[in-house]
Structure formats: structure tokens, C-alpha cells
Ligand binder design. Structure first.
Ligand SMILES: CC(C)(COP(=O)(O)OP(=O)(O)OC[C@H]1O[C@@H](n2cnc3c(N)ncnc32)[C@H](O)[C@@H]1OP(=O)(O)O)[C@@H](O)C(=O)NCCC(=O)NCCS
Length: 292
């Protein structure tokens, strides 16, 4: 005997393990009109959970997570939960629906099959997160084989003089798009010994910003070179400097995000990643989106 119904506060704790920790807070807001939390049970046992939200003024319905406990898979729960959420989001007035999911190598075929049967669009690759074995990458010749032209220097992150820092702050909005700003507020600050500035004739024209997200993992957050100096090889040299510093610090892994979505993807970066970095990936997570 199975059932799909809205979750209520009395069974939140039984179902919360069926979604990611970052969405569990939403389950406690299940009474809010913008939230859909559908729970599937089988003979009273929690079998699956779908969590969705009406966003952007109620126009767009976003499915945050869909999960069926392994022992209840391939019995139709996934499809039923998706239809349940779709119906609720449509009732709220959502004209467009979106679902995001990660290809972890296990459920991709199942989710694609459900989406196609329910009339959703072909999944589109949004982004990839690679985890690179930097000790292996460190043996690559290109890392050690470059010479900066004389007008350039690469300086360690903490060595930037306060006057230069203020100078940069004043022109930052003209120099780089917001997502590449070195002043962007992030929960983890730049890792000093593996982040660098690129200078050309005393002016800051680029930076590589890394953040230590786990004791063994450095996240390469921003690699930026001033627009008119792009495609001159300086970006790769900055990156090489950071990777060599990471090797000196003996931090084994590096992670980075490559955007693939239309309007955000950077084809040269994608090609560079495929050729130079991905051969040393220990893990690649692909994030997909589908729309209806
Ligand atoms: C994706 C997931 C929700 C599917 O749940 P489910 O209850 O097994 O789904 P259903 O039983 O409704 O449908 C599964 C369909 O996938 C098909 N399927 C399963 N494995 C398959 C495979 N390896 N190749 C092709 N099709 C496959 C099944 O045949 C079934 O189709 P059918 O109904 O036509 O027979 C479940 O696998 C899961 O929780 N995975 C982990 C979380 C996840 O990846 N969620 C994605 C969204 S955030």
C-alpha cells in the first residue's frame, strides 16, 4: 500500500534524510505557500521525497530534489512524485518548471527516462566540477616550461601594497565582470600562499584566487586576465603558478567549476580543461538541467 501526500510537521524528521542537508530547512517551512514537499510512503515507511519551490514571483517552479530510497526504486515512485510536484506547482501558477540533477553515474538513466515520459525537455549540461589529482598533474611539462614577458610579474596574494589595493578597488567595476571580482564576498577567504596577482608595468591586470575548502582540497575559484590581454597565454601562466604553489604546500587535490550553459560557457577554457586537466581528474560531477 503506497501513498503520496504533502509532508507535515509531524513527519519531517522521518523524511529529511531523503534530501540534501542544504534543503532540509525548507521542509520545516512546508506550510509556506511557495513550497511543495511531497512524501511517498509504502506501508507507512518513508520511500521517497520531492522538494520544490515556486520562485521568481511564482512564475517558475523549481524542483530542488527528488529522491527514492534504493529499496523502493523502479516501482514508479520517482515518476509519481514528479507528477505530484508538477501538479502542485501548476496550481500555484508556475508557467515554467525546472529540475536540476547531478550525474553521479547511478541514476542518470532512470531520471532521463522519467523526464522524457513526463514530457520534459532533453537535459542540458549546466556545469562540471572536476577534482584533479595535483600530484599527478605536477609531472606535466607545461607547468614548468613558461617564461613571463619582461613587462609582467606575478606576485603573491599578500604582497599587494595597500595603495595598489585601493587603486584596484576604484577601477574594479571597469576592469572585470562582478563574478570575477577579487573583492567578492565568499565564506572562505583566499588562500594566501596559492593565490596570485598578475602585474603589467606596475598595474594589476589579472589574478588567480584559490580557497582551501578541505584540508586536502584547494578550490580554484577565479582565474581572470584583463580583457585586452586575454588569449596571450597569461591566464595559463597564472594558473601554473598557483598549481606549483599548491605542490609546494603539498595539498593533493584541486577542484574547479567549468560552466557549459548557454551564455556563460567559455569554449577555450572548456578545451583547455579537456586537454590539460581532465586527464588527471579523480572525480567529475556533471550538473544537468531540464525544463518543461
Ligand atoms: C532518479 C530516481 C528518483 C528514480 O526513482 P524511481 O522510483 O526508481 O523511478 P521510477 O520507478 O518512477 O522510474 C524509473 C524509470 O527509470 C528506468 N530505469 C531505471 N534504471 C534504468 C537504466 N539503467 N537504464 C534505463 N532506464 C532505467 C526504469 O525502467 C523506469 O522506467 P519505467 O517506469 O518506464 O519502467 C531514483 O533513482 C533516485 O532517487 N536516485 C538518486 C537521486 C537522484 O538522482 N535524483 C535526481 C533528481 S534530483
Amino acid at each position: 500500500m503506497y501513498q503520496i501526500q504533502n509532508i507535515d510537521s509531524s513527519n519531517v524528521t522521518r523524511y529529511e534524510k531523503l534530501t540534501f542537508p542544504r534543503f532540509r530547512g525548507l521542509l520545516r517551512k512546508e506550510h509556506q505557500v511557495s513550497i511543495v514537499a511531497g512524501a511517498a510512503s509504502c506501508y507507512g515507511y518513508p520511500a521517497g521525497l520531492i522538494l520544490a519551490e515556486a520562485m521568481e514571483g511564482g512564475q517558475n517552479g523549481k524542483i530542488h530534489s527528488l529522491f527514492v530510497a534504493p529499496r523502493y526504486r523502479n516501482l514508479g515512485f520517482g515518476r509519481e512524485l514528479l507528477l505530484f510536484a508538477e501538479e502542485k506547482l501548476r496550481e500555484m501558477g508556475c508557467a515554467k518548471l525546472e529540475i536540476g540533477f547531478i550525474d553521479d553515474g547511478n541514476s542518470m538513466s532512470a531520471i532521463k527516462s522519467i523526464l522524457s515520459k513526463c514530457g520534459w525537455g532533453e537535459p542540458e549540461l549546466d556545469k562540471e566540477i572536476n577534482k584533479i589529482d595535483v600530484f599527478l598533474l605536477g609531472k606535466e611539462g607545461w607547468l614548468h616550461r613558461y617564461h613571463l614577458p619582461p613587462a609582467y610579474t606575478i606576485i603573491p596574494w599578500p604582497d599587494l601594497l595597500p595603495t595598489k589595493f585601493e587603486e584596484l578597488k576604484a577601477v574594479e567595476h571597469k576592469l572585470c565582470p562582478g563574478f570575477a571580482s577579487p573583492f567578492k564576498d565568499q565564506p572562505v577567504s583566499p588562500h594566501f600562499s596559492t593565490s596570485f596577482w598578475l602585474c603589467r608595468q606596475e598595474k594589476i591586470v589579472g589574478w588567480v584566487i584559490t580557497r582551501l575548502t578541505a584540508p586536502d582540497t584547494l578550490y580554484y575559484d577565479i582565474l581572470f586576465v584583463r580583457e585586452d590581454l586575454q588569449k596571450t597565454g597569461r591566464g595559463v601562466q597564472l594558473l601554473a603558478e598557483a598549481i606549483k604553489a599548491q605542490l609546494r604546500e603539498e595539498i593533493p587535490f584541486g577542484t574547479h567549476i567549468v560552466l557549459h550553459s548557454a551564455g556563460f560557457s567559455n569554449p577555450p577554457l572548456i578545451r583547455f580543461t579537456e586537454r590539460r586537466l581532465k586527464p588527471f581528474a579523480v572525480k567529475t560531477e556533471r550538473y544537468w538541467n531540464s525544463y518543461k
